[in-house]
Every structure is written in structure tokens, then in C-alpha cells.
Design a protein around this ligand. Sequence first.
Ligand code: GAP
Length: 476
Amino acid sequence: MSAPNIETIVSLAKRRGFVFPSSEIYGGLGSAWDYGPLGVELCNNVKRAWWRWMVYERDDMEGLDSSIILNRSVWKYSGHEETFSDPLVDCRECNARLRADKLDIPPGAEDGDIGALIRDKGVKCPNCGSTNLTEPRPFNLMFRTQLGAASTEDDPAALAYLRPETAQGIFINFHLVQQTMRRKVPFGIAQIGKSFRNEVTPGNFIFRTREFEQMEMEYFVRPGEDEQAHQEWIDHCFNWYTSLGLSRDNLRLYEQPREELAHYAKRTVDIHYRFFPERAEEEKHWDELMGIANRTDFDLKAHSKNPVDAEGKRLNPDSTEDLSYFDEARKERYYPYVIEPAAGVNRSVLAFLMDAYSERTNDKGETRVILKLHPELAPIKVAVLPLAKNKPEIVGMARAIKRSLQPVVRAVYDDTGGIGKLYARQDEIGTPFCVTVDHQSLEDEAVTVRDRDTWEQERIKVADLQQHLQTRLLGK
Ligand code: GAP
């Protein structure tokens, strides 16, 4: 089982301290969310798992943390200033601002000019049903800011952007990383960090927001070896999600058709997740979890000083560097092709939460929520619970056990309810194991370990507890 809809996760997330609506005491801020005590742990665990898998477990990877605000030229030569826009239409009746490419265009009408389609097919505003829509116009998604105290709002010298993707920070550092780390192509550079897009229609909880976090990797290969590397990365990424518990039934690969490809891409395959299982039409269940693009040599060339046009004029007169690579073994110089797996932290968190959601009925006929998160992702790994909170010896022993576990696993102590309630609370936040200290523990130096998924319990000696839990957490 997985969550029947995103709304179920929104309510669980708020009730249990994963995600709160941002700025709520001032009426909120559209599509901004704050990650609470459990949400920040879950996000950190997703990022840690990705970094371990992507960087530590490979021999061909380096990490990077580049600035959020980069020289404006980066966005000029990457093509973002000119093309990083969504087609925007306004409804003249209700003033709704809409993304033209997300309107309900009738089937069979996919091809051709989107403005003409909206006019000719009588496409309706999803807000009020009117067909009185404006012509689409490009709306650039980059957030603008000004640098320095003396700047005015329209001073072009002070104009800067918050990065809309982490990728460009990698391209402009390609040579520095390659040379300082003495890397040979093929190799990759990974980065995790915040990105910002002034989305026209953010929404669906943390699925689409204006501030979000990306986990991106740019893999540099010799031209001609790009297609095979691309396919390998598509498979690796799909397997990463399933290895952390996502069901194959809720994942699919989506080959972007030519007209959807970004200006830099030769081929892009998205991994889709079933974010909207409640929708009647199966095709509408799916949306992008991550994309894996073959960006060719577009970016390294675009940021290089050397390439020239047909008249011999430099395409990039502002760059001071040529980002081509000299392959010593082959004695050839080329601009490496780039394979880019690009994932969203927040979308991944949403998918992991939805997939982990399950319900189970206990002996009393009560339905309990169990969040079957992979142990590596679970915000809390072990909860230590005293059976009687008014018995100082039991409380003391439980607290001592929690303290002994906390250097190696994320453990909490909780005595704020009866044992049934405490178990239910830990199930609902995805804690894989509860350790209960009872009267007998004082005599036999043993505790009960309860499994979240099976509700089975076993008696373990306190001396063996840490080893037992570590084995089960890693081996699950
Ligand atoms: N460098 C390539 C790139 O940025 P993208 O498909 O635009 O590609 C990659 O973004 C991933 O970032 C998406 O698959 C999604 O998971 C996440 N993402 C993009 N825009 C987002 C938004 N507004 N809110 C949340 N996540 C977003």
C-alpha cells in the first residue's frame, strides 16, 4: 500500500512534525514549507544516502559546493537569461495566471503553436471555465536580485540571479576540479544545494515550490561514449530509488519527446513517480521525480572563450578560460559530453513518504498508520520507552540505554503516554525499532525490541542491544 493522495501526507506531515506551512502565524506564504524536527532528519538522510551512493561508493566522483549567486554571465551563456521561461497566459475573466503548457489541451491537439491551439480549441481556464485567455508570453523563472548597497533596482551592472539549478556551478568549475584532483575523463562532479525558480503555478505541497533543493551530478565523458553512459545512469538512478524502498509499480521511465527537450539536451529520460494515484486517468497519475539528460558538450563549450561562429567571432567574449580537455592517452583535445542525473530532494522526500505510507488494524479494530520508511531514511532509528514512568529504576535504565545508543544511532526517549500510544506514535513516524524497558528488565538485564513492520517482539540482553540493532538496521 502507499498513500492514496498527497493530502494524506500533508496532514501526517503537519501532525507529526515533518513539514509545516511556512510563515503560518502571518497567514502563510504560498507554496513555501518549513521542515520540522522529523522533516529535517528525513531530508538529511535522503541527501546523505544520495551522497554516499553517488560519491563515496564510486571511484570516479568528486563533490562540490558552489555559490548560489554566480556572475551574471553564467546565466547569459548557459542560455537561461534568454530561454529559461514558461509560457504564461492570463485569464481575462478571473485574472488567474496560468502556464499555457499545463492547460487541458484536448487530445490529438498536441502539435503546433500553443497560442493557436488555445484559441482554436476553446481551451478553458481551470479556475473559472472561461475561454477568454490572453496569448502566451514567456515569463523568465529566474529570481532577480541586486548586488551591493549602492545599486538601484534597474542597474544592469548590479543585476544578479539566484541560481535556478546547481548544474552551472559545476560546469564553471570543471577545470579546477579536474586539475586539482588530477581526474581523467570519464569522471563526475556531484553537488547538493538550494535552487530557486519563480514558478508560475507552484503547488501540490512540496512537489513544486519556488525554493527547493537539488541533488545533481554532471558526468563528463568522451564524445561518442555518451549514449552508453547515459543509459547506464538511467538504470543506476532507477535502482537507487528502488533500493531505498520505492515500489516499482509506482515508478516509470518517461522518454521526453523532441518538442519537450531543453535547448541543451540530445536526449532526456525522466523517472516518474505516481504522485497522483487518486486521479481517474492512469496517465495523469504520474509526474517527474528526476531527469537524466544528455547535455552534450553544450555547457562546456558555451562557457569557453575559444569557440567561434562562421565569421570567426568568439561566441563567448566574456570567458577567460577554455574548458576543453586534453586526453593524454589518445592525444586528442575535445569538449567532454555531459550526462546529468538531476533529482529534487523535496520531490524525493515526498515520494519516499507516499510510498512508505501504510495502514494496519490492531486487535481492537483500530486503524494505525505505519510509515514503512527504509531504515536508512527513517528520521529516528530507535525509540527507548519505559513501561512505567513512575518507577525511577525503569526510567533510569531506559534513559541510560538511550544515552548508550545515541553516539551510534539516532535514538529518542519517550515516556509521554501508555505503551500502546507510544508504539503507535513511533509507527506513524517510521521508527524501525522500539526498545521497551519493563519490570523484568531490572532483574534480567534484558529489554523488548519491537519491529515496526511486523509488530513482533523479542527479548534482547542490554549488553547485546547495540550490536543487535545495528545489524538489523543495516541488514533490513
Ligand atoms: N540541471 C537540470 C535541471 O535542473 P530540472 O528537470 O529542471 O533539471 C531537476 O530539475 C529536478 O529538480 C526535477 O526533476 C525536480 O525533482 C526538481 N525540481 C525542479 N523544479 C522544482 C520545483 N519548482 N520544486 C521542487 N522541485 C523541483
